[in-house]
Design a protein around this ligand. Structure first.
Ligand code: ZN
Length: 87
């Protein structure tokens, strides 16, 4: 078993509701996706998905620089003046 790449897996997948009854089968009749939490997956059936380039692309969409270009310039200037060791 692997997580769905996107949720829902298909347009027919039953939506996840906070008031879902326990014990009811929410398996999608169209695509066969089973809805469950990570902790409900039997250990021996859990397969960590392979990391792909797309995973990195997805992360980069939400990543932002923690240092501004102006700050980088200041660091460059400082390094020119004092060197890598700062002495
Ligand atoms: Zn489905």
């Amino acid at each position: 078993m692997v997580p769905c790449i996107k949720y829902p897996n298909c347009s027919k997948c039953p939506p996840k509701l906070s008031r879902d009854k326990k014990g009811k089968d929410y398996t999608c009749k169209a695509c066969g996706a089973k809805r469950m939490t990570l902790w409900e997956v039997p250990t021996e059936k859990l397969k960590a998905p392979d990391v792909t380039v797309q995973d990195f692309k997805n992360v980069l969409k939400h990543a932002f620089s923690s240092v501004s270009p102006e700050e980088l310039e200041q660091y460059t200037e400082w390094t020119k003046q004092f060197g890598q060791e700062g002495a």
